[in-house]
Design a protein around this ligand. Structure first.
Ligand code: ATP
Ligand code: MG
Length: 320
């Protein structure tokens, strides 16, 4: 499989004018994004996600390292025609209607007038805004703006889309619809580079994810591999403190609430644990397999790395 995006040793610092120190926003980042997949680009606030995306788009320049998109250097004019970007906080021309705004972007991309109308109507239909296309954006709801943003990102029929927080602040229905739209982009063979804090969305749509903090990638892999490692929860009653001590030899995190036990083990340890509980007078109440979530993995990865998340307290006093 070809890579849509290849990032090698990409580094970017910003200078803090107050402390006169450099903040390393992206730190020797190396990452591959296979073509035709949805890639989840995750990390806590200030991890360096938006800075990376801006370098991939050629909006800002790295201090060192390189990135290629569809085999060509990021920022090349030819690449820019084949990609698109939905920013974290898109700017909209509020006095325009949905139709006008897409038509305007179609003009910028050089779509001839006779084709433009059909293309714009098709996009409005696709994002569910056909009935609101003649309303000015000033009167659009947040969900409608997010949809027009996505439609705008599709005007040039991009092969690679960069979506920065496309589902933040949406109601559950709008949320679901945007998620479906993102899935459809993959069906159409596009590559989606998705940065999001909505981990349940990421879990539902992404093929691969990376987790970064302080400019470095801490973990990357196929989502199903990251989520592997199912544990089993065992609950029991009438468990004594003495029995708990024995249980803890198998399940170190086990605990009692009065005489009720809760313990979590690997599936191959369940029998051993149940035996210990029963032999010590306990009654098994439930044995339940529990799947780890992406949120568990995210928190675990950040905590295990032992590095603090970015200090955001100086935000605003920083300059490039
Ligand atoms: N223009 C800038 N000038 C100075 N510092 C910046 C600038 N842009 C980003 N930074 C700093 O770079 C670091 C990474 O910021 P970035 O916006 O890339 O994070 P992020 O992962 O997108 O976070 P979030 O999840 O909050 O959007 C932060 O410490 C931020 O303060
Ligand atoms: Mg960001």
């Amino acid at each position: 499989m070809e890579n849509a995006i290849e990032i090698r040793d990409l580094t970017k610092s910003f200078h803090n004018v107050l402390t006169k120190e450099d903040v390393v926003a992206v730190d020797h980042l190396t990452l591959d994004v296979p073509e035709g997949q949805i890639f989840g680009f995750l990390g806590p606030n200030g991890a360096g996600k938006t800075t990376t995306i801006k370098m991939l788009l050629g909006l800002i320049f790295p201090d060192s390292g390189a990135a290629h998109i569809l085999g060509q250097p990021a920022g090349d004019i030819d690449v820019k025609r084949k990609i698109s970007y939905l920013p974290e906080t898109p700017y909209f021309y509020e006095h325009m209607t949905g139709f006008e705004v897409l038509d305007f972007y179609g003009t910028l991309f050089g779509i001839p007038a006779q084709k433009r109308k059909a293309r714009v109507s098709e996009l409005l239909e696709q994002v569910g805004l056909a009935s609101n296309m003649h309303k000015r954006l000033r009167f659009y709801s947040k969900g409608m703006l997010q949809r027009i943003g996505l439609a705008q990102a599709l005007v040039n029929d991009p092969r690679v889309l960069f979506l920065d927080e496309p589902t933040s602040g949406l109601d559950p229905i709008a949320h679901l619809e945007i998620r479906d739209l993102i899935l459809r982009l993959r069906e159409e063979g596009r590559t989606v580079f998705l940065s999001s804090h909505q981990l349940s969305d990421v879990e539902m749509v992404c093929d691969r994810v990376s987790i970064m903090n302080r400019g470095k990638v801490l973990k990357v892999g196929a989502l199903k591999d990251l989520l592997a490692g199912q544990t089993t929860e065992v609950r029991a009653e009438k468990v004594s403190d003495a029995a708990l001590a024995k249980v803890k030899e198998i399940a170190p995190d086990a605990f009692l609430v009065e005489d009720a036990l809760s313990a979590r083990v690997e599936p191959d340890q369940v029998n051993r644990l149940v035996d210990v509980v029963v032999q010590n007078g306990g009654h098994i109440v439930a044995v339940t397999p529990s799947q780890r979530t992406l949120e568990d993995i995210f928190i675990e990865t950040i905590q295990q790395a032992g590095m603090p998340v970015a200090d955001l307290s100086l935000e605003g006093s920083l300059s490039q």
